[in-house]
Write a protein that binds this ligand. Sequence first.
Ligand code: FUL
Length: 651
Amino acid sequence: MMSCICRKLLLGINVVMLLVGCNSSDGQLRNEPAPYGPTPSEAQLNWHELEMYCLIHFTPTTFQNKEWGFGDAPADLFNPRHFDANQIAETAKSAGFKGLISVAKHHDGYCLWPTKTTDYNISKSPWREGKGDMVKEFMEASRKQGMQFGVYCSAWDRNHPEYGNEQYAEAYREQLRELYSNYGQLFTSWHDGANGGDGYYGGANETRRIDRSTYYGWEDKTWPITREMQPTAVIFSDIGPDVRWVGNEKGVAPETSWATFTPVGPDGGKAAPGYIDERFLGSGQRDGKYWIPAECDVPHRPGWFYHADQDHQVKTPDQLFELYLKSVGRGAAFNLGLAPNTDGLLHPNDVASLKGFGEKLTKTFAENRAAGAKFEASNVRDSHMKHFGPANILDDDRYSYWATDDEVTSPELVIELKEETVFDLIRLRENIKLGQRLDSVWVDVWENDAWKPLASATSIGANRLIHLEAPIAASKLRLRLFAPVAVALSDFGLFKEADVEFTIAEAERERIDRSTWNIIANGLEGGDPALAVDGNKETFWLTAEVDLPQQVTVDMGNVQPLSGFDYLPRQDKSAVGLVSRYVFETSTDGNTWEVMTKGEFSNIVANPIIQYIDFEKQVQARYFRFTVEAVANAQSNRSVVSIAEFEVYRD
Ligand code: FUL
């Protein structure tokens, strides 16, 4: 809109306006309100406009049916015979996603591109006869769909023999240099805070701890490389510096989520990825020193990697839509994890759900039902010029806006709709180039000759979607806005959530009846074990502090065919006592035991979902015993253990 005005002016239609309204050199409006607080960089503006993108997890870990590879999978295990980056990119595009991030290296250390920094990479795979570059294929497929591209290169590397010393830290930086050199312009460089722990480490098979605040030299050595080589990329990590983690892997930002934030370490000092006071990750801080908006990451399936037994647990279009409202609709970004299967394709259930979600988004937002409305503002900045008039909030331009005079900080806007209109979604946006200015907005509806409060919201910023509990029909609305400075509202929209058809068959496991169980604590002492088998996800068995490993033994009362077990971690958001390493054994007589499975519940702190563990074969057993070898985040082997639910199943 501004450029259009400037064009007219340059044609000499209104020379006076040129002098008063437009700055001839850059087309900016004169007398703009001064920015308030921190403002976004160009790279952050691009990221805000993207709103939603996908993160693709695909490494040998997929072929091991794990969530975190240990770093010991043979490099040639990775052989997705039907891999098709276009199928994945097209599907993401059909769902409305505007970017793709390739997990170029996950914690297992396997590089999907032919790096010079380690042998543990795609050139050692039979895929494309060792000549392939999967990061490149993802990049090209993204470009083909008109999507932007980014990379995630895990700093934690459970394969690298030098992990923990300076040689690896330098190799990691070299990996970033390679990724920044060969895959065009990136919109993000994604980093996570999972750092250090047990791993293969070139065969050492040990636990390595690093000092998260110093080891990677993020600020002095690593991020300067990003800034220099990929100036248009936002750097994501739990602390920012450009985009912060929202603090959960559920894809949800809180109702109030400010784009401004001051990262602080858990000790009140300097923060680093994986080393942060997490309290304000979700909400941000109204008086935060930096512009660091939140990103909401969440996998499409329960886990980030593909597991065949989760084929029926793909999030539905309605669930994805809800996540969209609770992320993009709260000024954050929606980062959805996609998990190709061992063929190298998205499963048909994933494809169907994503298409359905895309259809739902398109139908819902096809038409702004406020179009054609008339406005009456209690104040308009420089009202004689009309540049800051309320019509700007309907022009679909995020940066043209209705502004008030500096001294008017709580204006009102009456909106007369073209006709009586049904809606259940209200969209509000600010021109964030001028900062996050609004404290709150109230929406009233004209009903029976009086104003009635309908909804309210805080932290408007780049995008705010208010979802009403039920659709409403209205012909006149009023906005009441509150800010410490002049307001700069750039958008107002009314929409109605559309319905789409979607069904996938439920796969039910046949669970073994728990009423006959006799639980013998057998080392896991204290607390109430009955809470782990009471069918209530909210309650949990919390043991006393014990020296791990410890066991619990169950006598089921009779011999049963068993094919797997599941462990539900506590669901109250506390990470205390979450089991991270286990052994599961069965027995027919309580004397002779056979190990059915053992391993790790990876990523259980950030994503505390139910853990299904299938045995390789079905087995007859009357007894089973579960050994807790380690719990997550424990500083020593002495800890409490928590179990919300524990079951065994037949199929
Ligand atoms: C986390 C990782 O530990 C998970 O495995 C996953 O990659 C997620 C996106 O980030 O920090």
